[in-house]
Design a protein. Structure first.
Ligand SMILES: Cc1cc2nc3c(=O)[nH]c(=O)nc-3n(C[C@H](O)[C@H](O)[C@H](O)COP(=O)(O)OP(=O)(O)OC[C@H]3O[C@@H](n4cnc5c(N)ncnc54)[C@H](O)[C@@H]3O)c2cc1C
Ligand code: SF4
Ligand code: SF4
Lengths: 589, 376
C-alpha cells in the first residue's frame, strides 16, 4: 500500500470551497427542458374529440368526457380528453398520435394541490397555471407521422390516354393496397354521423383491413343497397371529417367500398340469405322512381316483409345517377351486379311505366303506402339572353341519353356553362367525343360545387376553364353561336356567405362554338301529382316538404331523394329511403 | 427427519439471517438468506419476487407501441437498452429500415446511457464500503448526463425515445455542443473521483482479492459484461455482433485480469473513458437525414408473425429480448434476458460462500445485480 493512497482521498475536501452542483429546491427550481414531458394542455377548439389519445394511452389515464359548452357537431364528438394523474406516466404517446395536434405536454412538472380530485382534469377546460406555457413536448408529425399518414395512391389513367375512350379513369386498389389503406383507420367513428346513411364505416374498414371482404359487403348492405355506386361517385361527406385528414390524408372510404364490391362477381351470392325477402307482413308499398332513393326504400321494405312494387318510366333501374353519370366514372358492369340483389330481395320492378296523376291516384288506393322518389328530371333554364337558340342545349338531357353509348355530338367546339358535377361530366364527355371544350363558371374554381377530384381531373383533360366569367348573351352566327361574357371580380357578400361575382368592366369577351350546354341545375317535374293532391302537401321551390320520416302529411304518401330538399346526391337519396322505411313501418303499425 | 445434515446450515454451528429485501446495501429489492459461522458465510440462497410486476405478461396485453413506456421501466439506470432490444426485434419482424442518422443517434443514446450508468456504478462501488462521497459524486456526474437526456427525450429517466424505425425526435439544435461540454466537465473532474476511489487505501484493501470471479467460471456460468471482462474475457456484443453503427467506431474491448472487485471497478472506470471516446466519434461522424421511418397506424399495427432474439451490450453485459409475434395487434410473447439472472443468482450464491459478511453488498454491487432483470 502506498502512502499517497492514504492521503489522496482527503484531497476531496477541496470540493468544499467550490461551487456546489446541487440546487436548493424548492427555493430554486430548474425549468424543464424545452421538450420536457410535463403537464398536459389541450387546444379544445382544435380538438375534435376523436379519442385517439384515449385509445393509445397504455395506462388508461385518459377518459373522453362531455364538456360543457362543447356541443357535438359533424366531425366533432363533443367529448374532450380528461387525464388522470394517478395513472399517467407522461410517456407522451397521446401527444404523438393526436389527430389534430391539439394535445401537448408543457415543461411544467411540479404542482402542489390540497385537492386530490384536481389531479383528474380536462386540459384546456379546467384552468391550470401552465395553460399558456409555450415550452414542452409537442407533436412533430413530420418526423414521426403517427398522427396522420398519406393515402395509398390509387392508380389513375394518364390524361392523354383517358380522353381517348370512356374507360374508367381510376384503376382500383390491389388487395394489399386496400388492406393497407383500410388499416389507416383509427376507429374513431366521427365519419358515421357525417354519412347521411350512417354507414358502419369503421367496422367495414376494419373488415377490409383484416381481409374479411364478405363481412365488409354485408356491413355495407346494412344501410346502403348501392355500395358499388357509392364506392365510385359518392360525395363522401365522411371523408371531410376523417380524423386522419388533419395531419395526413383522410381514409379513402369511398374507394374502399368500391374495392370490396369489386372483389365479387355476384353480390347477390355474397349476401345470400342476408338479402332475402322478409317474412311477409301482408302490406304492400308502391315506389315511384327506381333511382337511388326508390331502390333504397324498396330494398329495406322488402327485407321487412312488405310487398314492394317499383315503377319507373325508364328501361332500367338506377335513376339519374345511373343514366347520366358517364361510363368513365360509373361503368355499366357494376350496376347489374347491384340490381340482382334487389331482385333477390323480392323487389318487383315495373319499367317503362310513366306514372301520371291518374295512375298515382290508383296506386295510392291500391297500396298501403306510396313512396315518391322521382328525382329532378327537368333541366333549369339558363336565364341567358339567346338561350332558345337550338344550338343551346340542356346538358342534363344530353347526359341522360348516354352519349358514350353512341349518341353523336354534332359539333367540335363546345361551351359548357356551370360548375357542378353535371358541368364536369358534360365537359369531360365532350372531350372524349373529340371536342374542344370551354367551361365557363361565374365564381372561382374553389367555389365550384363539383367534387374536387373531378375538377382536378377535368383540368388535366385539356378543358379550357374560364372561372369568374359572367354570361351576357348568346348570339347565332353563320356557323354556330357566339357566347358573350364579362370577366368578374369577387366582392364581399353583404349578407355573408360566398363572395359574389361582379363584372370587372364593360368589356365583352366572346367565344365562338358549335354548341353550348347549359348545366345550371335541374328542377322538379311534379305535374304527375294532381293539383288536389298537391294542395294537401307542402311544396316549396318545387320540392316536396317532408318530416323526419319522409312523410308528406298526405294520407300514406312519403317522398324522398332529390324531389325533397337536401344535398341532391346519391347517398342522401339512399338515406331518405332508409328513413322512409321507418316512417312507413311506424305509420302502418 | 428434523436432523440437519448440512454442516453449512447446521443451526448449532451457524447463524441464520436474512439480508434484504429492505436494506440499503442491497441493490434493488431482493434478499439473501445467509448462514454464517463467525463472520464468514457458509451458505447463501437468493430470494427474489419482491419486485415482480409481471412485465412480460403485461406486454402480451398491450399494443406493440404501448410497450415502450413499459420496457423502459425494466431498468431505471439504463432504460434505453430495453427500448433498443424491443425496437430491434420489431424492426426485424416487420422489415423496417432504420434511417442512417437514426442509427447514429441511437448509438449515441446507448453510449450516453452506459456512460451515466458507469459513472454511478463506479462511484457506487465505493459507496458500498461506506465511502459515500464517491457515490454522491458519481451520481452528480450522472445527473449532468441526465440533463442531456431531458433535453433530448423530454425525460430524465424513462426516455421512451428509441422507437421502431428510428427515434422519436431529432437532436435539438446545438445538442452536440452541449454533449461535448458535459463530457469536458466530467472529464476534468474525473481525476478527483479517481483519487477518492482508486487511489484510496480503504478501497484497495476492501476490493483487491475480494469477490474473485475465476476465469473458468465465465464459460461455466455464461458470464458477460464487466463481470467477465474483469476476469480477462474480451466478450462484448458491440464487437462480437455489432449492431447500429458500432462497426463504424474505433475501439478496443476493455478487459482486466485481476478477477476481483477492484478489477471490475477498473473495467467500469475504463468504460467511462471508452464511452467518452465513442460519443465523440459519433458526434464527429453523425450524418444528416431523417430520423424515423414512417410506421403503419399504431392502433391497428399487426407486426408480421415470427420470432426474433435481439441483443445488445448493456452496461452489465449481453442483454437480449426474445420477441414472438403471431401477426396480431399485440406481442404473443416477450422474454427479457438480462445478465443479472446469472450474475445475481447462481454466481452470487457461489461467490458468497466463504466471503466475509461485510462484503456481501460490496460483492453484489460489483456484479451490478439488477433484480428487475430476474423477475420480469
Ligand atoms: C350528371 C350528373 C352527375 C351526378 N354526379 C353525382 C355524383 O358524382 N355523386 C352523387 O352523389 N350524385 C351525383 N348526381 C346526383 C344524383 O344522381 C342524384 O342526387 C340521385 O340520383 C337522386 O336520386 P333519386 O332517387 O332521388 O332520383 P333519380 O336518380 O333522379 O331517380 C328518379 C327516377 O324516377 C323516375 N321517374 C321520375 N318521374 C317519374 C314518373 N312520373 N313516372 C315514372 N318514373 C319516374 C326517373 O326516371 C328516375 O329513374 C349527379 C347527377 C347528375 C345529373
Ligand atoms: S402521457 Fe402517456 S400515460 Fe399520460 S395520458 Fe398520455 S398516453 Fe397516457
Ligand atoms: S387525439 Fe387529439 S383531437 Fe383526438 S380527442 Fe385526443 S386531444 Fe382531441
Amino acid at each position: 500500500m502506498k502512502f499517497t493512497d492514504v492521503i489522496s482521498p482527503f484531497l476531496a475536501w477541496s470540493r468544499a470551497v467550490k461551487k456546489v452542483d446541487t440546487i436548493p429546491y424548492p427555493k430554486q427550481q430548474n425549468p424543464g427542458a424545452d421538450r420536457y414531458r410535463g403537464f398536459h394542455i389541450n387546444d379544445t377548439e382544435k380538438c375534435i374529440g376523436c379519442g385517439r389519445c384515449e385509445t393509445i394511452c397504455e395506462n388508461k389515464a385518459i377518459d373522453m368526457v362531455k364538456v360543457e359548452g362543447v356541443e357535438p357537431t359533424q366531425g366533432d364528438s363533443g367529448l374532450r380528453p380528461k387525464v388522470d394523474y394517478g395513472r399517467c406516466c407522461w410517456c407522451g404517446l397521446c401527444i404523438d398520435v393526436c389527430s389534430t395536434g391539439s394535445l401537448g405536454l408543457t415543461n411544467k412538472y411540479s404542482w402542489t394541490t390540497e385537492d386530490p380530485g384536481s389531479c383528474r382534469y380536462t386540459p384546456g377546460v379546467d384552468k391550470k397555471s401552465w395553460d399558456n406555457e409555450e415550452k414542452g413536448f409537442r407533436q412533430d408529425n413530420d418526423v414521426l407521422g403517427w398522427a396522420g399518414s398519406p393515402r395509398e395512391e390509387m392508380e389513375i389513367e394518364t390524361p392523354e390516354k383517358r380522353i381517348e375512350n370512356f374507360d374508367e379513369v381510376v384503376k382500383g386498389y390491389t388487395v394489399q393496397q386496400a388492406m393497407d389503406e383500410a388499416s389507416r383507420c383509427i376507429q374513431c367513428g366521427l365519419c358515421i354521423s357525417a354519412c347521411p346513411a350512417h354507414m358502419h364505416i369503421p367496422d367495414y374498414l376494419k373488415a377490409i383491413a383484416e381481409g374479411r371482404f364478405v363481412d365488409a359487403v354485408k356491413l355495407f348492405y346494412d344501410n346502403n343497397p348501392l355500395p358499388e355506386m357509392c364506392g365510385k361517385v359518392c360525395t363522401r361527406e365522411c371523408e371531410t371529417v376523417c380524423a386522419m385528414g388533419y395531419q395526413g390524408e383522410s381514409i379513402a372510404i369511398r374507394w374502399l367500398k368500391r374495392f370490396a364490391c369489386e372483389q365479387f362477381e355476384s353480390l347477390a351470392d355474397v349476401l345470400a340469405l342476408d338479402a332475402q325477402p322478409g317474412e311477409p307482413n301482408g302490406k304492400k308499398v308502391a315506389v315511384v322512381g327506381a333511382g337511388p332513393s326508390g331502390l333504397s326504400a324498396a330494398y329495406y321494405l322488402s327485407r321487412k316483409g312488405f310487398e314492394v312494387h317499383v315503377y319507373d318510366r325508364l328501361e332500367e333501374g338506377g335513376g339519374v345517377a345511373w343514366y347520366a353519370i358517364p361510363e368513365y366514372r360509373l361503368p355499366a358492369k357494376g350496376i347489374s351486379r347491384q340490381m340482382e340483389v334487389f331482385e333477390q330481395a323480392g323487389v318487383i320492378f315495373n319499367y317503362n311505366k310513366d306514372i301520371d296523376s291518374k295512375l298515382l291516384t290508383e296506386l295510392e288506393g291500391r297500396f298501403d303506402a306510396v313512396y315518391l322518389a322521382v328525382g329532378l328530371q327537368k333541366p333549369s333554364d339558363a336565364r341567358i339572353e339567346g338561350e332558345d337558340i337550338p344550338e343551346v342545349k340542356p346538358a342534363f338531357d344530353f347526359l341522360m341519353k348516354s352519349p358514350e353509348k353512341g349518341e353523336k355530338l354534332t359539333g367540335r367546339k363546345i361551351i359548357v356553362i356551370g360548375g357542378g358535377n353535371v358541368a364536369m361530366d358534360t365537359a369531360r364527355t365532350c372531350v372524349r367525343l373529340g371536342a374542344d371544350v370551354v367551361l365557363s363558371y361565374r365564381r372561382r374554381i374553389e367555389d365550384m360545387p363539383a367534387d374536387d377530384e373531378e375538377i382536378h381531373e377535368a383540368m388535366e383533360e385539356t378543358i379550357d376553364f374560364r372561372p369568374k366569367t359572367i354570361p351576357i348573351r348568346i348570339e347565332k352566327t353563320k356557323t354556330g353561336i357566339r357566347y358573350f361574357y364579362h370577366e368578374a371580380v369577387m366582392v364581399d357578400n353583404p349578407e355573408g356567405g360566398r363572395p359574389l361575382p361582379r363584372p370587372r368592366d364593360d368589356v365583352e369577351h366572346t367565344v365562338d362554338a358549335d354548341i353550348l350546354f347549359s348545366a345550371i341545375g335541374q328542377t322538379s317535374d311534379i305535374e304527375f301529382i294532381s293539383e288536389a293532391m298537391q294542395k294537401e302537401m307542402e311544396i316549396k321551390w318545387g320540392r316536396i316538404i317532408v318530416d323526419n320520416h319522409q312523410y308528406t302529411g298526405y294520407k300514406n304518401l312519403f317522398a324522398g331523394g332529390d324531389i325533397t330538399p337536401g344535398e341532391g346526391d346519391v347517398i342522401t337519396a339512399i338515406a331518405d329511403g332508409l328513413r322512409a322505411v321507418q316512417g312507413i313501418i311506424n305509420r302502418l303499425k | 427427519m428434523g436432523v440437519n445434515s448440512d454442516p453449512a446450515t447446521d443451526p448449532k454451528k451457524t447463524t441464520h439471517l436474512f439480508f434484504g429485501p429492505q436494506h440499503p446495501g442491497v441493490t434493488g429489492n431482493m434478499s439473501i438468506e445467509m448462514w454464517f459461522d463467525g463472520d464468514q458465510i457458509t451458505k447463501a440462497i437468493t430470494h427474489v419476487g419482491y419486485l415482480h410486476r409481471g412485465f412480460e405478461k403485461l406486454m402480451e396485453k398491450r399494443l406493440w407501441i404501448q410497450n415502450f413506456p413499459l420496457v423502459s421501466r425494466i431498468c431505471v439506470p439504463e432504460p434505453d437498452i430495453n427500448e433498443e432490444c424491443y425496437a430491434l426485434a420489431i424492426e426485424e419482424l416487420a422489415g423496417i429500415e432504420v434511417p442512417e442518422r437514426a442509427q447514429w443517434i441511437r448509438t449515441l443514446v446507448l453510449e450516453l446511457a452506459r456512460f451515466a450508468v458507469n459513472l454511478m456504478a463506479f462511484g457506487g462501488q465505493a459507496g458500498t464500503l461506506g465511502l459515500g462521497t464517491g457515490a454522491m459524486w458519481g451520481i452528480t456526474f450522472r445527473d449532468f448526463v441526465l440533463d442531456l437526456f431531458e433535453e433530448l427525450s423530454g425525460a430524465r429517466i424513462y426516455h421512451i425515445y428509441i422507437q421502431p424505425g428510428g427515434v422519436r425526435r431529432d437532436l435539438p439544435p446545438g445538442f452536440e455542443n452541449r454533449v461535448l461540454e458535459v463530457l469536458k466537465k466530467i472529464e476534468e473532474r474525473l481525476p478527483e473521483l479517481d483519487r477518492l476511489v482508486l487511489n484510496n487505501a480503504v478501497f484497495k484493501m476492501r476490493t483487491k482479492n475480494v469477490g474473485v470471479v475465476k476465469p473458468e467460471w465465465i464459460e461455466e456460468y455464461g458470464l458477460v459484461g464487466p463481470v467477465a471482462r474483469g476476469s480477462g474475457s474480451v466478450r462484448d456484443v458491440r464487437k462480437d455482433a455489432p449492431y447500429e453503427i458500432y462497426n463504424k467506431l474505433d475501439f478496443d474491448v476493455v478487459t482486466e485480469t485481476g478477477n476481483d472487485i477492484f478489477s471490475r471497478a477498473m473495467v467500469r472506470r475504463r468504460e467511462i473513458d471508452l464511452s467518452m471516446s465513442l460519443i465523440r466519434q459519433i458526434l464527429d461522424g453523425m450524418p444528416q437525414g431523417p430520423v424515423a421511418t414512417k410506421l403503419p397506424n399504431l392502433t391497428e399495427w399487426r407486426v408480421p408473425a415470427g420470432e426474433y432474439y435481439s441483443r445488445v451490450e448493456s452496461s452489465r453485459g449481453e442483454y437480449g429480448y426474445y420477441v414472438v409475434s403471431d401477426g396480431s395487434l399485440k406481442p404473443r410473447r416477450v422474454h427479457v434476458r438480462g445478465p443479472s439472472y446469472v450474475h445475481a443468482v447462481p454466481l452470487l450464491e457461489r461467490m458468497l460462500v466463504g466471503a466475509n459478511i461485510a462484503d456481501v453488498s460490496n460483492i453484489m454491487v460489483s456484479l451490478t445485480t439488477c433484480p428487475p432483470e430476474i423477475e420480469r
